[in-house]
Design a protein around this ligand. Structure first.
Ligand code: HEM
Length: 511
């Protein structure tokens, strides 16, 4: 090939001008502080250790307790916010600009090219998904209609726990039982079927689906190197695994949709409603839209609720005096003749304080989902260029000693003070905040209240329950919760009434 010096010179000149322009444009920007030593190519990625929320808090402390700082993570500019007031500014004044989501590998392969509600960019398509979900799942009417599902699933959990615990303490694996409760609850709303309980625990599909959810949630966290460094995509099998996961998830979702489609009459589940919409507007309500809606709810609504319950129960086991106080409140207001109902929750302030304190110290999504700026904006007086990823360290905000007295202590009583709950942000804020707040809070409060009312609880031994967190998008416990429980008298009464009810139903049906 001929060597052309003019071409080479022009190429070098272009490179120098691009570098000069880029330098000039970034020099003018007033960026928030940043840790020293951003290495070539990887930037600050070498600092990102698990659990990421703890690392990010240490970094903000090392920069003089700054409420906002920036990191260069591979080829991304990332802002980290750890103060309520700056987060509030992001999700009020800058809410539209920051309502976007960054493109992540899991989003591409598991979330139908980031077209599903949790991952979609801000715009008409996302607005439409939220509108459909608001009508079909999150409206006050639907939340009340689904109450019978929550109640039924919790009764089944109690009945399962009581099986061997009527006459003494038995050891139970609470992590998987709570995960089953949350998953059944969602899938009943979505498809009208349940996967766990009734002796179906060993059902192959149930085990596969639980593994799929765990893998998707674990791989979608903010600490995933492959999302920042293209080379990691090439040299590891992360992307290949994400593709396989996406295919397997899709297979499960398609089966759910096809099962419903094959039924002769349309029922009242979310899939039924979406299939009816598909008949009217087939070009918009495609199977991908329906499957995307289901996966959004399954991923966002399962682990979040069950993990919160696991943390709450772990705290009660480590603080028996708080557990006793909660039980005394329930016994006093409801007694031992009937099971706690959702309508009782508003009369159980101490139970509500325990739930709020769990959301404070153990927010299920510690960094919210990542946001992404679709335009230049200003945050806390600093410039935030278009294309910046925003991580909101809610975990750190909820432990800020300047905001919370004895911030590290599990102390539900703090919420007696009016206005304290308004300082929490476990569901995010603004346009992109969690639409499942009401469903999540109701399930967590009712399930926790019933578990306190129906059982005595003990730790496995003298040792406190381990309270370290594992990695992922949500904040699972590093050590899954196992505990000992023993049925109380109210449980026996509930089981007897369930038997009587089943017997009556059987006799009514028998000619
Ligand atoms: C204790 C329970 C729950 C917690 C702590 C929780 C928390 C959150 C958080 C922090 C976000 C991200 C907000 C942001 O990025 O700014 C979120 C988003 C979301 N949550 Fe929840 N959630 C819970 C339960 C649920 C339930 C039960 C459902 C559905 C049945 C649900 C559906 C969603 C959806 C669809 C999104 C994505 C919203 C969007 O991007 O437009 N969540 N949730």
């Amino acid at each position: 090939m001929d060597f052309n010096p003019i071409l080479l010179l022009s190429f070098l000149l272009i490179l120098i001008s691009i570098k000069f322009l880029f330098k000039n444009s970034t020099r003018k920007l007033n960026l928030p502080p940043s840790p020293a030593y951003s290495l070539p190519f990887i930037g600050h990625l070498y600092l990102l250790k698990h659990p990421v929320q703890r690392t990010l808090l240490s970094l903000s402390q090392s920069l003089g307790d700054t409420p906002i700082f920036h990191l260069r993570l591979g080829n991304r500019l990332v802002y980290v916010v750890s103060s309520y007031s700056v987060a509030e500014e992001c999700f009020t004044r800058n809410d539209v600009v920051l309502a976007n989501r960054p493109e992540l590998i899991m989003g591409k392969h598991v979330a139908y090219d980031s077209t599903i509600m949790i991952a979609a960019p801000y715009g008409d398509h996302w607005r439409n998904l939220r509108r459909v979900a608001a009508v079909e799942i999150f409206s006050s009417l639907r939340v009340v209609t689904f109450m019978s599902i929550r109640k039924d699933e919790i009764r089944r959990l109690i009945s399962h726990l009581s099986r061997n615990s009527l006459h003494g303490f038995v050891e139970v694996d609470m992590k998987s039982l709570l995960a089953n409760l949350a998953f059944n609850n969602i899938i009943m709303m979505v498809a009208g079927k349940r996967y766990y309980g009734d002796g179906t625990e060993d059902n192959d599909e149930a085990r596969i689906v639980r593994a799929l959810i765990s893998e998707a949630v674990a791989g979608a966290g903010a600490g995933n190197l492959a999302d920042y460094l293209p080379i990691i995509r090439w040299v590891t099998d992360f992307e290949k695994r994400a593709k396989i996961l996406g295919k397997r998830f899709d297979g499960f979702l398609q089966r759910l949709v096809d099962e419903k489609r094959a039924e002769k009459e349309r029922g009242q589940t979310l899939i039924d409603h979406l299939l009816s919409l598909q008949e009217i507007q087939p070009e918009y309500y495609t199977d991908v839209i329906i499957k995307g809606m289901i996966i959004s709810l399954v991923i966002a609504g399962t682990d979040t609720s069950s993990i919160t319950l696991e943390w709450a129960l772990s705290n009660l086991l480590n603080h028996p005096e708080i557990l006793e106080k909660a039980r005394a409140e329930i016994d006093d207001k409801i007694g031992l003749d009937r099971l706690l109902e959702e309508s009782d929750i508003e009369n159980l302030p101490y139970l509500q304080y325990i739930v709020s304190e769990t959301f404070r110290l153990y927010p299920a999504v510690p960094l919210l989902l990542p946001h992404f700026s679709s335009d230049d904006c200003k945050v806390a007086g600093y410039d935030m260029p278009r294309g910046t990823m925003l991580l909101t360290n809610v975990w750190a905000m909820h432990r800020d000693p300047g905001v919370w007295e004895e911030a590290e202590r599990f102390k539900p009583e703090r919420f007696q003070k009016e206005g304290e709950a308004q300082k929490l942000m476990p569901f995010g804020m603004g346009r992109r905040a969690c639409p499942g707040v009401e469903l999540g809070k109701r399930l967590v409060s009712l399930a926790l209240g019933c578990l306190i009312q129906c059982f005595e609880w003990e730790r496995l031994g003298e040792e406190l329950v381990d309270m370290m967190e594992d990695k992922g998008l949500t904040m699972p416990k590093a050590t899954p919760l196992r505990a000992k429980c023993k049925s109380r008298v109210v449980t026996r009464k509930m089981i007897q009434s369930m038997y009587v009810y089943s017997l009556c139903m059987y006799l009514c049906r028998t000619p």
